[in-house]
Design a protein around this ligand. Structure first.
Ligand SMILES: [Mg+2]
Length: 325
């Protein structure tokens, strides 16, 4: 029953001074952060499209199936990653869930545990939600609210010719399991925004090349990726070896696989060089960030890859795109 579940959940929630009216009313009331702008984003994850639930996976065992707790964590993480891409401090989430009628209660409990593990880890308050059940697959949508100083949000349409392109960590092969353990770069983004100049930013949800092409197109510029500089995650090597029939190289996985949730930053050259020379732990204690310069913003629109011999070739903006007509 929805009312039992929601009542129990609300009793579990810690008090949060950011909430003037806590969850349990028709809506929560947040206290605004002084001198800042509210930032809001939403993501929708559907079983069978964005994840496979354990017990419902195909016979191949790949991609790996998720537990409901992992789905809850991931749903929060992807929305927080969008806040990170704006350099916003995450503050609150509201969660809407459509549960399959059969087995929904167990899923709801585990899903909530995953959501709360994430909100605890990122200092975010769970401000409300809605639970429905239906004869369909599990669907979860997380709306995240954050704040950023007025005029200081990172945008994707401000990259400038001559900027260097930084990626905050190795990419590729996340479907081997990292896509279920997303660590959004929220603290890193806020720390970088405080100490460095960033002209434009985007998070890698659908693939490095595709998301970079979104940033360059929005900024009315182009990008040249130095292919040997792209930090290829060991999972990209493993995935390429596991699926030789695809003919994809580890580098192609690094450029095209989505769900890495690292950030792409376009920064003035000196700032990018200073960022990669700064130990990440000086920015955020215990950070797993490993920023690397992977290319340059150029005036000519489009994306190019620069090979080791210096030759440049057009780079397909490949990645994951939800198809609809
Ligand atoms: Mg995004």
């Amino acid at each position: 029953m929805e009312s039992d579940f929601v009542g129990q959940l609300i009793r579990q929630l810690p008090r949060d001074r950011r909430l003037e009216v806590p969850p349990g009313d028709d809506a929560a009331v947040l206290r605004p952060t002084p001198n800042s702008r509210p930032v809001i984003t939403v993501d929708l994850l559907t079983e069978g499209v964005d994840f496979l639930l354990q017990g419902h996976e195909g016979t191949a065992g790949f991609p790996p199936a998720a537990t409901p707790a992992q789905v809850g964590k991931k749903a929060v993480a992807v929305s927080l990653s969008d806040l990170a891409a704006m350099a916003a401090v995450p503050e609150a989430v509201v969660v809407a869930v459509a549960l399959p009628r059969h087995g929904g209660r167990v899923i709801a409990d585990e899903l909530t545990a995953g959501v709360m593990a994430m909100t605890d880890a990122y200092g975010v308050t769970l401000a409300g939600g809605d639970t429905n059940s239906w004869d369909g697959p599990l669907v979860i949508s997380v709306t995240a609210l954050g704040s950023v100083a007025a005029g200081h949000a990172w945008r994707r349409d401000r990259a400038q010719t001559g900027d260097l392109i930084v990626v905050t960590g190795p990419v590729g092969g996340s479907l081997l399991g990292r896509h279920l353990n997303v660590e959004p770069r929220c603290r890193e983004a806020v720390a970088i925004a405080r100490q460095f100049t960033v002209h434009a930013a985007i998070d890698i949800s659908d693939g490095l090349a595709l998301d970079l092409s979104r940033l360059t197109a929005a900024s009315d510029v182009g990008g040249v990726i130095d292919l040997k500089a792209v930090p290829v995650h060991p999972d990209a090597e493993r995935l390429a070896a596991l699926q030789p029939a695809t003919g994809k190289t580890p580098l192609e996985h690094a450029l095209g696989d989505g769900e890495d949730f690292e950030l792409l930053l376009a920064m003035p050259a000196a700032e990018a060089i200073r960022l990669v020379a700064t130990p990440p732990s000086e920015l955020v204690a215990g950070s797993s960030m490993r920023p690397a310069i992977i290319g340059e913003i150029v005036a000519e629109p489009g994306l190019e890859g620069k090979a080791t011999d210096g030759s440049k070739h057009p780079l397909a903006a490949k990645g994951f795109d939800h198809a609809f007509e």
